[in-house]
Write a protein that binds this ligand. Structure first.
Ligand code: PMP
Length: 441
């Protein structure tokens, strides 16, 4: 059977590289027990047994710098988060049909990080569920059914959300109610009116099919589109455009949220725009499943009137304890400031490398969310990006790639990384690039 285009960058291809017997056994057991839909990363997949701060430790005891994992954003196994989960799970783990203080404290703390217009918080277990809920609320509020997303967006795995996640690949159908726009700042794809004009065109396209738009949803750092941080502010006119058309603006903060961009706590704040719904997840529990949304009260009113919301695990006391410990640690350890400072250091080192290695055509990002555009003769070079990603893995540093052409290195170290970690990263990349150039000569 010919494999379909499932478009995962840096996926392990069975049979391509000879694996050691222990890895080969695990690969085969996964196929036998988990079936055909799972993917592993890297030419030679990794088997970790422990995490500690910025490090992942494999079965042979080798340490890898984890510069890819934006879930364990405070570092793996952060002691305060581990302790908060341990304490709460040993005391009470119930759901939101009983009263509990922790969910209220969490909602209050989250709302305090956002503009005052966002007045309610609802909790889920995953980012996909958060986006699914946002979509239901958007439909209830607008009475419309259309969606505008970027052309390589990823928003999650539920049936509804997969239909507006084009990065899942050509073999996963987009809904007929979904219109895509080029990633912002994409030279050659974006018209003179920029991102907002692209949104207007997409809305007009939906209208031609008799579909009114319910929402524009974007990852506010456009991570799977290849990391598109700027120019600052370009989202505000796009949000206005969708609102003029009767839809709402949903900021998917699953990637940039919780201080990763350094300059702000949330990615949308870089654009001076107030979303109608903010969705969040991944780093929110530093590895414990907790996610959710913040929403303007008037936007969720109709959904609340017509639907009741219950999520067995979402918002339970344990996940609230984990999320509160994450908020505390970001503050106590000054991690937003660290993300800004270390992000500058990493960006400067990457730019220095790009002046010596033309493959690194552009370095984009904010804080510790960085994309490095790999090109040869101006064209996206997917093969070179894959060689770099796998070379870095050999050198003991984990990254991956993203973007429509899989040619953008996706670099997201934990917010706790220090100068030595940044230097280790940059030195490893310098080594990989020199080796590749040596091989090419
Ligand atoms: N939105 C974005 C922007 C994401 O990157 C992801 C996960 N990669 C999701 C939503 C879905 O989150 P989850 O995997 O927790 O369902």
């Amino acid at each position: 059977m010919k494999p379909a285009d499932t478009a995962m960058a840096n996926a392990f291809v069975p049979g391509k590289v000879r694996l050691d017997p222990a890895s080969q056994r695990l690969v085969e057991e996964r196929a036998r027990l988990l079936g055909p839909a799972y993917r592993l990363m890297y030419e030679e997949p990794l088997h970790f047994v422990r995490g500690e701060g910025v490090w992942l430790i494999d079965a042979a005891g080798r340490r890898y710098l984890d510069a890819y994992n934006n879930v364990a954003s405070l570092g793996h196994c952060h002691p305060a988060v581990v302790e908060a989960i341990r304490r709460q799970v040993g005391m009470l783990a119930t759901n939101t049909r009983y009263m509990h203080e922790a969910i209220l404290t969490l909602a209050e703390r989250l709302l305090a990080t956002m503009p005052g217009e966002l007045g309610h918080v609802m909790l889920t277990c995953t980012g996909s569920e958060a986006n699914d809920l946002a979509w239901r609320i958007a439909r209830g509020f607008t009475g419309a059914t259309g969606i505008v997303v970027t052309e390589t967006a990823y928003h999650g795995i539920t049936d509804a959300v997969a239909q507006f996640s084009p990065s899942l690949g050509a073999s996963v159908d987009l809904g007929r109610h979904v219109a895509t726009v080029p990633a912002p700042g994409d030279p050659g794809a974006e018209g003179p009116g920029g991102f907002a004009e692209a949104v207007e065109r997409a809305v007009a396209g939906l209208r031609r099919h008799g579909i009114r738009p319910a929402m524009l949803i974007v990852d506010t750092m456009f991570t799977s589109d290849g990391v598109r941080p700027g120019p600052d502010g370009f989202l505000a006119p796009a949000a206005e455009a969708i609102r003029r058309a009767g839809g709402i603006f949903v900021a998917d903060e699953v990637q940039p949220g919780f201080a990763r961009t350094g300059d702000h706590f949330w990615g949308f704040q870089r654009h001076g725009v107030v979303p109608d719904i903010v969705t969040m997840g991944k780093p929110m529990g530093n590895g414990h499943p907790v996610a959710g949304i913040a929403v303007r009260p008037q936007v969720v009113a109709e959904f609340g009137r017509t639907s009741r919301y219950f999520n067995t695990f979402g918002g339970n006391a344990v996940s609230c304890a984990a999320a509160l410990a994450v908020l505390d640690a970001i503050e106590a350890q000054g991690l937003q400031e660290n993300a800004a400072r270390m992000g500058e250091r990493l960006t400067a080192r990457l730019r220095a490398l790009s002046s010596r290695h033309p493959l690194l055509a552009a370095v984009r990002g904010a804080g510790l969310m960085i994309g490095v555009d790999i090109r040869s003769g101006g064209a996206p070079d997917k093969a070179a990006a894959a060689r770099i990603v796998n070379g870095m893995r050999e050198a003991g540093v984990l990254i991956s790639s993203c973007g429509m052409h899989h040619n953008v290195l996706k670099v997201r170290p934990p917010l706790v990384i220090d100068a030595a970690g940044i230097d280790l990263f940059a030195d490893a990349l310098a080594h990989v690039l020199s080796t590749m150039e040596g091989d090419a000569r």
